[in-house]
Design a protein. Structure first.
Length: 146
């Protein structure tokens, strides 16, 4: 029997483990900003889908649909009239801060799909700011990064 066994020494194993830990920790720091980007995209996708749904609901049911953003509760409601329960109630992350611009944080889609107010309000995240703009006529809206 030979005493010369092939394998890794303790030092070699510790060096490999150290390199692996450094690479792993770097990856974690790169994933954190990616999480914020994904959160932003998810919020705006959901918001646009809800607003389009509210607009289509107003057109198909020939009824005004109200949209109200409650800043301090980090949520928004979409409902037919005050006193009735909302048909959409959505919470959003505390990373989003909504501020009035040329329109307040409440408006209505009229029965023809138009909005009763046009203009913009602002949405701020930790690193970026956005403007949600409603155009005159046909209730079209879009989001732009500032």
């Amino acid at each position: 029997m030979s005493q010369n066994q092939k394998g890794f020494t303790l030092i070699e194993s510790l060096i490999v483990l150290s390199v692996f830990m450094i690479i792993s920790s770097i990856t974690v720091f790169y994933l954190k900003p990616q999480h914020l980007v994904i959160e932003d995209e998810a919020f705006f996708t959901q918001l646009q889908a809800d607003l389009l749904y509210a607009q289509q609901y107003a057109i198909s049911h020939q009824h005004e649909v109200s949209v109200v953003f409650v800043q301090n509760e980090y949520r928004y409601y979409i409902f037919l009239q005050y006193g009735l329960p909302p048909f959409i109630e959505r919470n959003y992350s505390t990373n989003f801060n909504l501020r009035e611009g040329t329109i307040p944080l409440y408006f209505k889609f009229l029965s023809d799909g138009n909005v009763n107010k046009f203009g913009s309000f602002f949405i701020y995240t930790k690193k970026k700011s956005y403007r949600l703009t409603f155009l005159i006529g046909r209730g079209r809206f879009y989001v732009t990064e500032q």
